[in-house]
Every structure is written in C-alpha cells, then in structure tokens.
Design a protein around this ligand. Sequence first.
Ligand code: ARG
Ligand code: MN
Length: 309
Amino acid sequence: MTRHTILLGAPIQTGASQPGCIMGPQSLRTAGLAKIIEDLGWQVSDRGDLTITPQRPTPHPNAAIHHLAETRAWIDTVREAALAAGRDCDLPVFMGGDHSMAAGTLPAMAARAAEAGRPLFVLWLDAHPDLHSLDSTESGNLHGTPMAYALGLPGFGSAYPANAHPLDPANVCMMGIRSVDRAEAKRILETGIEVHDMRAIDETGVIAPLKAFLARVAAANGMLHVSFDVDFLDPSFAPAVGTTVPGGATFREAHLILEMVGDSGLATSLDLVELNPFLDERGRTARVLCDFTASLFGRRVLDRQTRSY
Ligand SMILES: NC(=[NH2+])NCCC[C@H](N)C(=O)O
Ligand SMILES: [Mn+2]
C-alpha cells in the first residue's frame, strides 16, 4: 500500500531573535521537498502554510519575553492542524518556522499517540535542549521553551495552553546538544532525559545510542516523533540558522542517524525547524535538509543513481 505524507508549513519567526524563519517552508518547497519524497514512492500532499491573526501584546512578569501572544496563538493553531495531519497520513512533515513550533507539534503527536493507545517517543536533534520555562528564559526567545512545555514542566502558568498530554521524559532522546543554559542543565538532571551531547557522540559515535533508543521504541510499539533543528548540524555546511553553535553533527553523522531511523520504519512524524533562508548560501542548507528528510523516508544510495556526462 502506498504510504502517504502531508507537508504542513508553520512560518513562525516570533520565537527567535533574528527574523527569517518565516521563509522556511517556502525554502524547503523551492528545494524540492515534495518531489524528493514522491520519488521514493510516497504519496505527498502539501497543505500549505498555517497563519495566525494579529495579536494584542500580553504582558508577562519576565520582561525579557517577547511575542508571547503570537507564540500562544501559533501553539493553538499548530496543535490543531498537526493533530489533523497526523490522523490523516502515515508521517506528517511539519515545516518551520522556529522551534517554538514544537510546542504545538509535540502535544499534538502525544494526543495522536494517546488516541492510538501507544506511547510517544521523541528523538530531539538539536544543539539546545529548549528546556526553558517562561520563568527561566533569559533571552526571552520562546523557541527555547518547547521541550519544557511538552514535558509538562512548571513555569508556564496559563500563558501557554494547558498541556493535556505531557511527554514522558523517559521516552525522550536528545542528540547533538552542546549549548545548555544553567536552568536547562538543572532540568536535564531532574528529569533524567537521555542526552547524548557532542562530547558523548565524539566518544561513542551515534550508532550505539541510537540503536538502543530505537530498540526501546520498537519494544514499546511506540510512535516516534523526530524534531530536527538545523543547528544540530555543523554550521560549516548548514549556515542557515540564527543560533549557530560550532562543533555540530557532521554530514555523515546526521545522515546515518536519519538512515537508521528510516531503516527502522518507526518514525511517525517529523519537525524541520529553524531554517532561516535569509542566512543561507545559495539554498545549500535547504537542500541538505531535503536530503536528510529523504534518508528518513528510506532513501538508499541506489535510489539516487548518478548520471555521467
Ligand atoms: N530552538 C533554538 N534554536 N533554541 C535556542 C535557544 C538558545 C538559548 N538557550 C535561549 O533560550 O535563548
Ligand atoms: Mn531547538
């Protein structure tokens, strides 16, 4: 049976300090995301881009926070549309937008998993754990908060919607982490989330920890959401991101991770976030993201035969 994917754009840039992620979905389309997946035998539907209406500012005791009202509106809009996309296909691709998008997609995928009576697992590929609450963020950039919110951690009051389906921290695996704020470090220790920072990856490689995680997902008959932040990658080959951190995953490390996830057949949803086309070089980061996505959708070397001239 032909498998079906839905592409859904969430052009959010209010969670980041630098503008530009608003162009993320269009850049992925221009780089040919739909065709790359179609060529692998999938049926692809593009549901276009979500929008929110203009918002009146809502104050918050943490004065660093900006665009709280927009973020909240995006969370509600993304959550509803992501849940519908999740119900309607095998593996939706959520095209950001900055990472605050995941404050909508993670609860949506958790709700979908609950409907299916299966646990949700999350593979978080990112330089940052995004474990801030509204109380702890120092930058005020709300793309630093989605994981804390999705886990149901305190510090959000009623500024974000109530989270009816908090993630189990035991089902989260983070890779690529190399920039952690103090409050986030504390939360990593308190929650016991599995974090493979770049130091650990340098020592052990990605294969062993990923195999172990995927085996847990399979054993639990889990659904698997992959949240892919461009800054997971080394900025030398993926420059189109506002929060670059040196020492990121190499091209091969990232491919291997997505190839292994692809082989496992376990992935049930994907976020592609933080692509800032304004900072790209001739579309190379968008192309690289499409290539990685193809690996997750099962592309092998022989699916991509070269042509000699
Ligand atoms: N999704 C991201 N790029 N997050 C970066 C967050 C960086 C930093 N921890 C902050 O809160 O400002
Ligand atoms: Mn992130």
